[in-house]
Design a protein around this ligand. Structure first.
Ligand code: FO1
Length: 321
């Protein structure tokens, strides 16, 4: 039997947890590729910060801060403390060890490496066997339209604690962005494609909006399965629920399924949403109902095993390519 090759598409903390579960569940972690949102990336203190790539990287390396899901466990903040003396209270928490990641990445990018090259080499240096792949090497920036005007993503998300009503979302630079070759290759060779439980608008939305990415997924003969980030009508973390609502989408696992319509063969929803299964199945995709809240490492691995099992069942029923 050919070795299975799994592609996970992920954004922030929820996506990172399932990617970690897949790494735990697969007999060979090298069979996993994680394609990550980079539209949250920005510059601070002259450094290139890639929050979602780093969240996934630290999580897969077992370094992530379990309290926040982002940043490094046990990190100290002396550098930020000194910076505060020069330039006032920081709005974005960067730990000392986290700073090293941004310094190294920025230095490599300035000396001509692509984001995918520097990401692969950093992930490997941290002992990660899965392929960690940015959605693009080009610059894309999520902008959030609010009643106070257009905001940079991290200004909206961190500085203003995602408290503004979201009237629209733009991905600056997206029309000129090209997907990373390694991402396209992984999708073409995939035996299953998993949409992790990340915000469908601002985490997976940019990945799917990179020209060519959606086509690649549609062309793939692999089953495509999402795990809903909305449980019982609420996002487990972050503003996905209020964002769906203000943008006119149903705030439920069914609303998530509708956003991915045409791409998904199936969706995994939480037990709390069992009543939605029939409605979602009537849209033409299959549904698995299970516990999707990941509190422990075992929860991550268990959800990954169930998602992979679901994908394998779907693969057996999909028409041959
Ligand atoms: N999120 C916050 O809410 N506050 C922070 O101060 C913060 C710092 C931070 C530092 C490094 C990093 O990789 C991520 C960080 N995040 C922080 C998370 C991040 O900005 C968001 O969760 C994502 O962009 C949304 O997925």
């Amino acid at each position: 039997m050919a070795e299975q090759r799994i592609v996970a598409i992920a954004g922030g903390v929820g996506g990172a947890k399932l990617a970690h579960g897949l790494q735990l569940a697969l007999p060979n972690a090298g069979a996993l590729s994680v394609i990550v949102n980079t539209a949250d990336d920005f510059d601070l203190y002259g450094l290139r910060i890639c929050p979602d790539l780093d969240t996934v990287m630290y999580t897969l390396a077992g370094l992530a801060n379990p309290a926040t899901g982002w940043g490094i466990e046990g990190d100290s903040f002396a550098t930020l403390g000194m910076l505060a003396r020069y330039s006032g209270e920081p709005w974005f928490q960067l730990g000392d060890r986290d700073f090293a990641t941004h310094v190294h990445r920025t230095q490599q990018l300035r000396s001509g490496a692509t984001l995918s090259e520097v990401t692969a080499s950093m992930a490997s240096a941290l002992g990660i066997r899965a392929a960690l792949i940015p959605m693009t090497d080009d610059r894309v920036a999520t902008m959030i339209d609010t009643p106070d005007g257009r905001l940079d993503f991290q200004d909206y998300f961190v500085a203003r604690r995602h408290g503004d009503r979201v009237l629209g979302v733009q991905f600056d630079g997206i029309s000129l962005a090209r997907p990373c070759e390694s991402a396209l290759r992984a999708i073409a060779e995939a035996s299953a494609i998993i949409f992790c439980p990340s915000n469908p608008i601002v985490s997976l939305g940019p990945v799917l909006a990179v020209p060519g990415m959606r086509d690649a997924i549609e062309r793939s003969s692999a089953p495509v399965v999402a795990v809903s980030p909305i449980v019982g009508g609420r996002a487990l973390k972050g503003p996905a629920d209020s964002m769906l609502d203000s943008l006119g989408h149903e705030v439920s696992a069914a609303g998530v399924a509708a956003l991915y319509l045409g791409l998904l063969d199936g969706i995994v929803i939480d037990e709390a949403d069992a009543a939605l299964a029939e409605q979602i199945e009537s849209s033409g995709m299959r549904v698995v109902v299970t516990r999707t809240v990941m509190q422990s490492y075992e929860d991550r691995a268990q959800l990954a095993r169930e998602t992979l099992g679901f994908a394998a069942t779907l693969a057996a029923t999909l028409p041959a390519p």
